[in-house]
Design a protein around this ligand. Sequence first.
Ligand SMILES: [Zn+2]
Length: 453
Amino acid sequence: MTEPLKSILAARDERVNLKMQLSRKGWPGLSLTLNVPGFPKSNQLLKTFFAYCLRDFRYKLKAYQIDIIDNEAIEMGDAAGDFFLVPFIPGVLRLQEIKHICEDFEQNHPLGRFIDADLNDQAGNTVSSGKSKLCFFCLERPAIECRRENAHEADELRAFMFPKIAGYNQQQLETSIVKKLSSLAQQAILYEVSLTPKPGLVDKLSNGSHTDMTYQTFIDSTAAISPWFGELIREGLAFRDKDLRKALPLIRNIGLRMEASMCEATCNINTQKGIIFLMGLSLFACGKLLSQSHRFNTDEFRRLIGTICQGLVKRELADSTGSLKSHGEKIFLKYGFGGARGEAENGFETVFRHGLAQLNSVDQLNEEALTKSFLAIASINNDTNILYRRGPQVLTTFQNLCKSALDNYNESNYAEVIDFCKNENISPGGSADLLAVTIFVRLVIRADERQEF
Ligand SMILES: [Zn+2]
């Protein structure tokens, strides 16, 4: 007998032993293993797959309220592969019903044919339902027969299994990235909207300089645009073209749908067009970045955003030939400021150099930290919302007030900024959008530090 085979048999004996130990305590047990032909029985790919399976198996057992004794659970890897065993306290469900839950788990899992979810009774004996599983490779004969007769080469079986498992692992990873980033984007937008008080902007207690929208309008539109975040991230994860400028139409395609959802939710009030553009780019770039390296890298993120938007200001503002000029085009032609497009083309310079600097030094994203970040952005940003409504002089005064409120931060200096916006009837919406992006980036950086991607 070969060495690997000997150690596999020894490992299998040990498993029987562990089940017997449970039975001596009067407990039935549930176990999970992978059905891996050949050697070795485990590697990094299989370990990752096993961890996903185990997570799902545990949830399945909990969902059926099977009373597993978690502190007696055994999770290990040896010559026979990855292995999980947990005793449980018999409850309302009969053992045959629990066996059925195990079979159901295997059958409903997309790669369930590679998984063995087993049950043993209080005496340590395997509980069988009497059904035989089909061989996962030929799908013609019972697995047990193919195995007994060595009907298929181990190498052939492994070459069949491993790519499927790699694909599954990748899918699971992407799903968790999508969930995490979507949740951070939503969190960032809600933090910005909820920051109270804010100068000229909608917050929890005031509509600022707006007559057509309230805090609730923002909640409505945030709820309407959030379901699209995942699609933006997935576009980024899947994007393989070397020419990043080809990404912009893909992002726009989703962005336009988000605008339609926003308009539907707000009866055509433009609450979040700016943030749809900026967050759309950010989520796409995060997806692209994490598909490359599994880590978030600030410089690379900025480079991606800048490259995706390369030439945007010239193309859409300077050289625009459209007869109906947008606010952005009019402002650009008059003052030469590129607004959100310019900020994106610069790789979010205001966000990283000014907004983020205020948040990096604090542990808690409390109201004071967020307000300071807003002031740092607003004191630099040539906010096209203010320019459009009131012109460059009012903008300069506003920027200076923000700067002194930041340099000497206290309630009365901040109140001066708020009063100024009220008297001038202005709303620095562009800076508010940049604050939301700043918060998002900061949340992503922290999640990356905790290795949550
Ligand atoms: Zn077969």
